[in-house]
Design a protein around this ligand. Structure first.
Ligand SMILES: [Ca+2]
Length: 303
């Protein structure tokens, strides 16, 4: 008898379980959908038999925003699925930071506290555009004395999910934390480098002003002038790029040859500076040639 009672009990529990088994599909937003403005979310609930009253809660989270945990968007309490099978719930998208990797979740609980849920991934929230990065460090036209440059800018954290540093045409993915983006380059040769930062929110990108930093560590202080002379030999007018090396053998030959000419002796500094500035043209050129460095570099090479 005891066994029979136990069996009935198990069957009864299973029946309750079956009766309470229901599923939910999140319809809006769908995966990779875009959420803008006053947005209407909804889902489809099926299999609710005895429990027509359910609670429906919508959430969203993005791992690339400042708040990466689920934010509550809307709740429908004691919703009658039988009377109104499509539960709509609206929210204003500006409560979320822009990003393109949102996970939207709907969780449904019936009146016996069984739950079911569904998620949509890669949802885009697009309210605004990022504010242009500002407060450059090193300061614009600043000088670095060891060849290791820590780049840093201020961004509006609530409107930025990523930053890209561009130094003389080469891009680097910066570290974004709160309202700051940072990146460090080491071992830069002496030269002047143009740089800017692009702030992104996953849907829009905003570029900063153009800044420059002079690297003058002293170890290769004639780098700009020597590079320009080398370019002249090659008839090469492209920009100096980060990490490029100088063919010092050719430079020595050129200086020895040219240094015998009277016009160079008269206006050696002028020619070298002219070569340095003249060959490095274009909108991104920030190369400047310190006169002292040119003289030191030429003397050093000749000797
Ligand atoms: Ca946006």
């Amino acid at each position: 008898m005891k066994n029979k009672l136990f069996l009935y009990g198990v069957i009864a529990m299973l029946l309750v379980g079956i009766a309470n088994a229901f599923t939910v599909v999140l319809d809006n937003p769908a995966a990779s959908g875009t959420v803008i403005g006053n947005y209407n979310m909804n889902c489809t609930i099926t299999g609710v038999v005895n429990d027509t009253l359910v609670n429906i809660t919508y959430y969203a989270k993005s791992s690339s925003t400042a708040n990466s945990s689920y934010a509550l968007l809307a709740t429908l309490n004691d919703f009658n699925v039988t009377d109104s099978p499509t539960p709509n719930a609206s929210f204003v998208s500006t409560i979320l930071e822009d990003a393109n990797d949102y996970i939207f979740n709907v969780t449904v609980m019936n009146n016996t506290h069984n739950t079911a849920g569904d998620t949509s991934t890669s949802v885009v929230v697009d309210n605004t555009v990022p504010v242009a990065p500002s407060s450059p460090s090193p300061a614009d036209e600043g000088t670095d004395t060891d060849g290791d440059v820590d780049f840093s800018v201020a961004v509006t954290g609530g409107r930025t999910t990523a930053c890209t540093l561009n130094v003389e045409g080469t891009n680097y993915a910066m570290t974004h934390s709160g309202s700051t983006c940072t990146y460090s380059l080491t071992g830069l040769r002496d030269s002047s480098y143009g740089w800017y930062v692009i702030a992104s929110d996953g849907t829009n990108a905003t570029q900063s002003a153009l800044w420059s930093v002079d690297v003058a560590s002293g170890s290769g202080s004639a780098y700009s002038a020597l590079k320009a002379i080398e370019r002249k030999e090659k008839q090469d007018t492209s920009l100096i790029t980060v990490g490029e090396t100088v063919d010092t053998g050719k430079i020595k030959e050129w200086v020895k040859k040219e240094a015998t000419k009277p016009e160079l002796i008269k206006t050696g500094i002028g020619i070298a500076v002219g070569a340095g500035v003249g060959l490095i043209g274009g909108p991104l050129a920030f190369v400047t040639v310190p006169i002292g460095a040119v003289v030191g570099g030429l003397i050093g090479v000749v000797i």
